[in-house]
Design a protein around this ligand. Structure first.
Ligand SMILES: [Fe+2]
Ligand SMILES: [Fe+2]
Length: 177
């Protein structure tokens, strides 16, 4: 069984387990934080602790994949999931939201944004739309074009993304960390 848009169930379970693993800062993650403008730093800090760990794991994996990555790419890598926090879901809620989206269909879930903001259905829709929400938050924070594009496209297939294909592949590999 697959979860279109968000990857396979196996991948989701791996994410769920990884979210509880520590990911301490190192020189690479410290450098990542120094690259952020004030608005980007606010978005990073607004994340849950497991999303911050996910950001750090992404940045570390990027450095393992690329020698001396450009600042714009590091920022894109570390901030791609900043839209997740708006749903208010923890890890289990996100797995639930992804499963519901698969069963019901993304197009049907999208219209749930019109529901009561306190309803579970609205929160599921908000979670499903975290790529678009993140892209718009990063755009408001005057983040670079790669960061805005990667936030918007990180659950798309390579051929659907506006990102340069080799960059898409590297950032996808970092996101599987
Ligand atoms: Fe995501
Ligand atoms: Fe991610």
């Amino acid at each position: 069984m697959t979860v279109n848009h968000f990857g396979s169930i196996k991948h989701l379970i791996a994410r769920f387990v990884c979210s509880f693993l520590p990911s301490k800062g190192n020189a690479e993650t410290n450098k990542f934080l120094t690259l952020l403008n004030p608005g980007e730093l606010r978005l990073f800090e607004a994340q849950n602790k497991f999303d911050k760990r996910h950001s750090f794991r992404n940045v570390k994996k990027l450095h393992a994949l690329l020698d001396n990555p450009a600042p714009d790419i590091i920022i894109a890598c570390g901030l791609h999931d900043v839209g997740k926090v708006q749903s208010g879901f923890g890890v289990a809620g996100r797995v639930f939201a992804s499963c519901v989206a698969t069963i019901v269909g993304l197009h049907r879930v999208d219209v749930w944004t019109r529901n009561n903001p306190n309803s579970v259905t609205h929160r599921i829709a908000t979670y499903v739309q975290h790529p678009e929400i993140g892209a718009s938050l990063l755009s408001e924070a005057q983040s670079n074009l790669i960061a805005v594009t990667w936030a918007r496209d990180h659950h798309k297939r390579l051929e659907e993304s506006a990102l340069e294909p080799s960059l898409f592949v590297i950032l996808s590999k970092a996101d599987s960390a």
